[in-house]
Design a protein around this ligand. Structure first.
Ligand SMILES: CC(C)(COP(=O)(O)OP(=O)(O)OC[C@H]1O[C@@H](n2cnc3c(N)ncnc32)[C@H](O)[C@@H]1OP(=O)(O)O)[C@@H](O)C(=O)NCCC(=O)NCCSC(=O)CCC(=O)O
Length: 320
């Protein structure tokens, strides 16, 4: 029991610190993935958390970390409004990634930073991020958010998988695949608007809608951090949109080649946002995908676009 006002205050501060450090309450994206270690002036080191089954680093992690490095070199008044990245080489999960920032230009309203992500002495990603000191403007418009059920009315991917697994007719190979998905520690929560076709039987339009948020708490103050988390989240499940019309094909090799983002309005990446993904084109073993993230109140927060390599194989072809 605290005996004095000062001791009580200390206990409250300690309890708050313990609360804040509880890993399941604070997003691992904030405590670990996007918490870069500073090695030198404009040089940082990032560590990994979740690594996809492809055993190449998740593109969103590299983009998010590159944006953290860039954002540390600009003042608090400047906010990222766009970024453009190329994924040059597969990221190696066995070693950390270094981020080297070049202060490309400092203007009155805009600042541009170029970031190189390096492993084994070679660039795995180049990123240019532009920051802006926002100004009021009479020119304001946006598309209307699609009308969908709210996140409270929908199930998470994990809940949908559990429900599907309880069906005794599910094939063993499908069960194995779904159990692998359940075992992954992706720091993102997803609630699809339309339940996914786990059996991959149905030809679908190359469009999907899902609610998405970072797992854990981030807090409301740091808009720069929310943008970095959105950069991480935005690469998740975007490219597979291009595969929806081709249930008979399996992507033998798929990887994002580039990633671009535009940040329009403030948002919280630890609160549900509607992610609207569509693929207007695929051809030549590549696919283009575009995404829009909407706040629950209908405000367009983020737009993004990405091209990926998609080398597909017909799974129904005879092996003879
Ligand atoms: C895209 C590539 C691979 C560049 O392709 P290249 O073909 O030029 O590279 P390469 O080194 O010559 O070849 C790589 C592999 O592809 C094979 N290959 C090359 N050309 C081929 C062709 N025409 N047909 C069939 N296979 C081909 C090579 O034999 C080699 O296979 P072997 O290896 O068997 O020898 C590279 O730029 C890259 O890896 N970038 C990083 C992409 C990335 O990691 N993105 C982020 C993660 S993806 C992501 O996060 C998406 C999110 C999500 O999963 O939803």
């Amino acid at each position: 029991m605290a005996e004095s006002g000062a001791e009580l205050k200390r206990e409250v501060i300690d309890a708050a610190a313990r609360f804040a450090d509880t890993p399941d309450l604070r997003s691992v994206l904030v405590t670990s993935v996007l918490n870069l270690e500073k090695l030198e002036y404009d040089l940082y080191r990032g560590k990994h958390h979740w690594v996809p089954r492809s055993q190449r680093l998740f593109g969103g992690q590299i983009v998010g970390q590159a944006l953290v490095a860039a954002a540390r070199s600009v003042t608090d008044q400047l906010h990222v409004h766009s970024l453009h990245c190329y994924f040059l080489r597969a990221g190696d999960p066995k070693v950390p990634v270094l981020y080297q920032v070049d202060r490309t230009r400092d203007g009155r309203s805009f600042c541009v930073r170029s970031v190189k992500a390096i492993q084994h002495g070679q660039p795995i990603l180049t990123c240019q991020a532009s920051f802006h000191m926002s100004q009021p403007s009479p020119l304001e418009h946006q598309f209307t958010m699609p009308s969908v059920p709210p996140p409270d009315a929908l199930l998470t991917v994990e809940e949908l998988i559990q429900r599907h697994l309880s069906d005794p007719n599910v094939a063993d190979v499908t069960k194995q695949g779904l159990n692998k998905i359940l075992a992954e520690e992706v720091p993102i929560e997803i609630k699809p608007v339309n339940p996914p076709d786990f059996r991959r039987h149905v030809v679908m339009e190359p469009k999907k809608l899902f609610w998405v948020r970072a797992k854990g708490h981030i807090g409301e103050e740091d808009m720069k951090l929310h943008c970095c988390v959105a950069a991480y989240v935005s690469d998740y499940s975007l490219l597979p949109t291009a595969l929806l019309p081709y249930p008979k094909y399996r992507a033998q090799f798929s990887a994002s080649l580039d990633h671009a983002m535009w940040f329009h309005n403030t948002f919280r990446a630890d609160q549900w946002m509607l992610y609207e993904c569509e693929s207007p084109w695929a051809g030549g073993s590549r696919g283009l995908v575009q995404g829009r993230m909407w706040r629950q109140d209908g405000v367009l927060a983020v737009s993004c676009a990405q091209e990926g390599v998609l080398r597909a194989k017909n799974t129904t072809q005879s092996k003879l």
